[in-house]
Design a protein around this ligand. Structure first.
Ligand code: NAP
Length: 541
């Protein structure tokens, strides 16, 4: 699917769209439920997992009958309906809908009818058999019992038009609750599902499977989705992309998300490793700020920002590989960000315009200055301790540009070393520095007491054994900084410390740049001590 087609299928989510649907459903606070899928070999093991789900904060459990190895419907359904500590949703997914049940269809539906008779709160039936099932229970349905009619698309997320027709078909089958699960090929696919949830007259479970669909599982709380699924443990999922219940409730503060919550997030690829959501969400919660910060796995930043252009999506952080494209896209770019050519913070203004900033350079340079001041004099100086120092920057991407620009502004003599020499040269010419290739770095030591800043992803998880410079070459440096912060102690920093060289971690830069982003997002001063505590910055690493 190309971008043009995606845009046609994904109208921008604007505030009026969001408001239109909310009247019907009377959503004044987050009313989305959290459901933990339970998949186990026996009914007893399922009850044990359901107890764990209750302790973890779930509202209900989905009993996946098709995961049972030995199943005696009469006795096992008695156990499951009577002993489960939470409301139950029974699903008996057939192979033809990517479940595990491979038997007779009449027997399968009979089991679901029995679950209803024994006290199930919900059953899930597939659209293909929904009418037959609903006809068969007409007049026998307990008052509180609800039928979820589901449709799964493991290939893609259809156009808005087709999704609308699908919802209509599901409603016509007699469903109490509509469930649509599609697959995200791009994060903008999720906007169509949000659109459907907001506009539907009946309760909708609208989820988009896959890593690119993660926001559907979190922000359904904002747009009024009936429920979301979250797993007891990482990796034990019933559909691709489900978060753990712990992440949903404590990392993303799911219970605090409501229709008026502002959405913030980190735009990147990859992005799942980032600690930003933890930092911002804990800080938001500590002051009661009505916002949520999520991971946005984005392939095309322009398409993303054009799709999620409503006031609901208020601010974004930007990381690899989007910082330069962000600087091109923004309507207004702060002069420092313009000089650096990279934007790592985007604010959507009230008039809808996107404004780009660069907070990376302040974070990195102030942390390096701080360490040099401690080292050189033990007290702050009026001129920068970087002034006149030879400062080698490895990398010429977004972080490289920010650090090189910051060092230059502070009066350092800057040299750029980059894998692609042309990019090093281009950056050097822009800021008035010299350029070398990465291959030349080991033998480049015109002075003693140089400063080294790695701004590439070399050494980042999973390739933690990699380093941009050999250990023996580090003896020419008095301070080494590494922008990588997963892991915090990279091989480069370990080598430097073992060589007696001062180090500054990427976590220092991360927290420093986040102070400024937080202030731009909330309009309030950053809780600096809380940030440092959350990131365990002041404890021994
Ligand atoms: P970017 O714009 O994509 O730039 C990546 C840079 O790394 C380029 O110079 C690239 O060289 C180089 N590079 C990538 N893989 C390489 C390899 N295998 N060997 C040699 N060079 C390689 O990315 P970015 O946004 O600047 O981020 C770079 C790193 O900084 C990431 O690890 C990121 O997590 C970290 N970072 C940390 C913070 C923080 O707060 N601590 C903030 C921002 C960034 P070419 O030009 O040759 O492609």
């Amino acid at each position: 699917m190309d971008n043009t087609e995606m845009k046609r299928n994904s109208p921008p989510l604007d505030s009026s769209t969001a408001l239109l649907g909310l009247g019907n459903k009377e959503i004044t606070k987050n009313s989305s439920l959290v459901c933990v899928p339970i998949m186990a070999d026996s009914a007893d093991l399922m009850i044990a997992d359901a107890c764990k789900a209750k302790t973890s904060g779930a509202d209900l459990v989905e009993i996946r009958l098709d995961s049972l190895k030995i199943f005696n419907p009469q006795t096992d359904l008695q156990i499951l309906t009577k002993e489960c500590p939470l409301p139950t949703l029974f699903t008996y997914r057939p192979k033809w809908e990517c479940g595990q049940y491979d038997g007779d269809e009449n027997e399968r539906l009979e089991v679901l009818r029995l679950a209803m008779e024994l006290g199930a709160d919900y059953v899930d039936v597939e659209l293909q058999v929904a009418r037959e099932f609903i006809d068969s229970i007409r007049g026998k349905k307990p008052q509180k019992f609800k039928v979820i009619v589901s449709s799964h698309n493991y290939q893609e997320t259809p156009s808005l038009d087709d999704l609308g027709k699908l919802v209509a078909r599901i409603q016509e089958s007699g469903a109490d609750i509509v469930k649509i699960a599609t697959t995200a090929l791009d994060i903008t696919d999720v906007s169509r599902i949000f659109h459907i949830i907001v506009h539907s007259q009946v309760p909708v479970i609208g989820l988009v499977m896959g890593e690119r669909g993660l926001i559907s599982r979190i922000l359904c709380a904002k747009f009024g989705g009936y429920l979301t699924f979250a797993t007891l443990e990482a990796g034990i999922i019933s559909a691709p992309g489900q978060p753990t219940i712990q992440d949903l409730l404590t990392l993303y503060n799911f219970r605090q998300i409501g229709p008026d919550s502002k959405v913030f997030g980190l735009i990147g690829k990859p992005v799942a490793h980032s600690k930003s959501p933890r930092l911002y969400n804990e800080a938001f919660k500590s002051i009661g700020f009505n916002g949520v910060y999520v991971h946005f796995l984005v392939d095309d930043i322009v398409n993303f920002l054009e799709t999620y252009s409503s006031a609901d999506f208020a601010g974004f952080s930007c990381t690899i590989p989007h910082k330069e494209a962000a600087a091109q896209f923004c309507d207004e770019v702060h002069p420092v960000a313009k000089s650096i050519g990279a934007v790592n913070c985007i604010i959507r203004r009230h008039d809808g315009k996107f404004c780009g900033y660069n907070t990376d350079y302040v974070g990195a340079i102030s942390a390096i200055e701080g360490k040099l001041q401690d080292h050189d004099t033990g007290s702050p100086q009026s001129t920068s301790p970087l002034s006149g120092r030879l400062f080698i920057v490895i990398g010429a991407g977004g972080a490289g540009k920010a650090v090189a620009y910051g060092a230059k502004v502070k009066g350092a003599k800057v040299v750029i070393a980059n894998r692609t020499y042309e990019r090093a040269k281009e950056l050097a010419e822009t800021i008035g520095a010299d350029a070398i290739t990465l291959a030349d770095l080991d033998n480049f030591h015109p002075e003693e007491n140089m400063i080294l800043a790695n701004t590439t992803s070399i050494g980042m998880q999973p390739k933690v054994e990699e380093t941009p410079i050999s250990k023996h070459a580090l003896r020419y440096y008095s301070l080494v900084f590494d922008a990588v912060y997963t892991p915090v102690m990279t091989r480069l920093l370990k080598d430097a410390e073992e060589s007696g060289v001062k180090i500054v971690t990427g976590l220092e830069m991360f927290v420093g740049q986040a102070y400024e982003q937080y202030e731009r997002f909330t309009g309030m001063p950053a809780p600096k001590e809380l940030f440092r505590k959350i990131m365990k910055l002041d404890s021994k690493i």
